[in-house]
Design a binder for this molecule. Structure first.
Ligand code: UD1
Length: 428
């Protein structure tokens, strides 16, 4: 298994290019199932999760072509062409779904276009139980018949799907995406109320519109969809990754550096930018993206509560905690989206952080410095928070289970090294 070694203490200086968003790319790829035309997606990141989705779609009869990447890697192209015309396979097998929960996003499009879907239940995961009950309720409201058999969701829509008024009892990104992809081909009008407003949902909706869907209210909590008979292919460019942006913004702040995040967009990271500014960093727009710097100003503790967009993203909670661990004063970090999303806390404490968890809140008492240590984490964002802590720590940090990082960060060590960090990956 690969390991990453970091020697901390160097301020990051330079430019980092921000990739297309993984969490936008995955539903966009699934949307290719809705048409027999070719969906041409550009600005896709080169990540393990994108390969997993490509494999799943290939199983479901989607032909995939790539352009512009290193040879021999399924998702190495920045541009993927997806054409779902060949077969009528409808099963998403356990082996792929267990690798990546977002596989469940094929459910809505399969039902809408092929009238049936058999998708393995994702099961538990490192950051909580994460049920899919709201996805299933929404699809049932659209007329699907859904049962569970031998660990699989068995869904059919023998008479096709029909528009409905669906009120989500809580904000769900994946649930909104699945319902949206089903509703675009349903008969009549669908209203999705209390829909997720995350930029990745808006990106999916815009791509569906480019394919011929009729959707109003994009970017708001109420999506109105008028079903159409069929969709066509389209060309679409994936939105920049706001979590990758936020992560490197924290890297600049925690090291006292000065970094330009090329292609990053301020409107995607409003809550994170506000928090970093309160903590003592400078965040401003540049012609090419964003500049994040902290030069000579001490870090200050800031209280933060995660919430649905435009709130502070749960996917940035672990990274912010690494920053707060070395800030002056205390900060309280409250997680409201996922239970059990504090697996980074004991590892940060092993590096010298002073953090205690009570239920959904972590009390972080800032310390003057961290020290390098061997650490490992159980999920993507927890792992990257340890990388950030390692960049600020004195001495060497060894990070194992690097495969978590590879699911969400393209060429992480390369990007950090180019800005002066002492980071290396040892393969094995
Ligand atoms: C997506 C993101 C993930 C991010 C999360 C919240 C992708 C591929 N993943 O995950 O990185 O952390 O949004 O911004 O885009 N819930 C239910 N029933 C359901 C669905 C969700 O109870 O049927 C609960 C979840 O357990 C959680 C909350 O709703 O507590 C929000 O989850 P959701 O927004 O659905 O997250 P994902 O779409 O899985």
């Amino acid at each position: 298994m690969d390991r990453i070694y970091i020697r901390g203490g160097r301020p990051l200086k330079g430019k980092i290019h921000i990739c297309g968003a993984k969490n936008a790319a995955l539903p966009l790829m699934a949307a290719s199932l809705l048409t027999d035309g070719t969906l041409l997606l550009s600005n896709l990141p080169d990540l393990a999760d994108i390969s997993t989705m490509a494999h799943l779609l290939a199983e479901l009869g989607v032909e995939i072509t790539m352009k512009g990447g290193a040879p021999g890697r399924v998702n190495s192209g920045r541009v993927l062409g997806l054409t779902a015309e060949t077969t009528s396979a409808t099963t998403a097998p356990y082996d792929l779904v267990r690798k990546m929960r977002a596989s469940v996003l094929v459910l809505g499009p399969l039902l809408a276009r092929r009238g049936r879907a058999r998708v393995s239940l994702p099961g538990g995961c490192a950051i909580g139980t994460r049920p899919v009950d709201l996805h299933l309720k929404a699809l049932t409201a659209l007329g699907a018949k859904i049962g569970i058999d031998e660990g699989y969701i068995e869904a059919t829509a023998p008479k096709g799907l029909k528009g409905a008024h669906i009120l989500f009892p809580m904000v769900t990104v994946g649930g909104t995406e699945n319902a949206l992809m089903a509703a675009v081909l349903a008969e009549g009008e669908t209203v999705l109320a209390n829909a997720a407003r995350e930029p990745e949902v808006a990106d999916l909706a815009r791509c569906l519109v480019a394919m011929g869907a009729e959707i109003e209210g994009i970017g708001t909590g109420t999506l109105r969809i008028r079903g159409v008979e069929h969709l066509s292919g389209a060309k679409y460019t994936v939105v920049p990754d706001r979590i990758e942006t936020g992560t490197y913004a924290v890297a600049a702040a925690i090291t006292g550096g000065d970094v330009e995040l090329v292609d990053a967009r301020l409107e995607l990271i409003g809550a994170v930018a506000d928090t970093l500014t309160k903590a003592g960093a400078e965040v401003c727009e540049t012609p090419g993206g964003l500049r994040v710097a902290r030069t000579g100003v001490p870090l200050k503790g800031v209280d933060v509560t995660t919430g649905p967009f435009p709130g502070f993203p749960t996917d940035m909670q672990a990274q912010l905690m690494a920053l707060m661990a070395v800030a002056e004063g205390d900060s309280e970090i409250t997680e409201t989206i996922f239970e059990n999303r504090f697996t980074h806390v004991p590892e940060l404490c092993r590096m010298g952080a002073d953090i205690t968890v009570h239920g959904g809140s972590a009390m972080v008492r800032g310390v003057p410095g961290l020290s390098g240590a061997p650490v490992m984490a159980t999920d993507l964002r927890a792992s990257v928070s340890l990388v950030l802590a390692g960049l600020a720590a004195e001495g060497e940090t060894e990070i194992t289970r690097v495969y978590h990082l590879d699911r969400g960060y393209e060429r992480l060590e390369e990007k950090l090294s180019a800005c002066g960090a002492d980071v290396k990956r040892v393969r094995g």
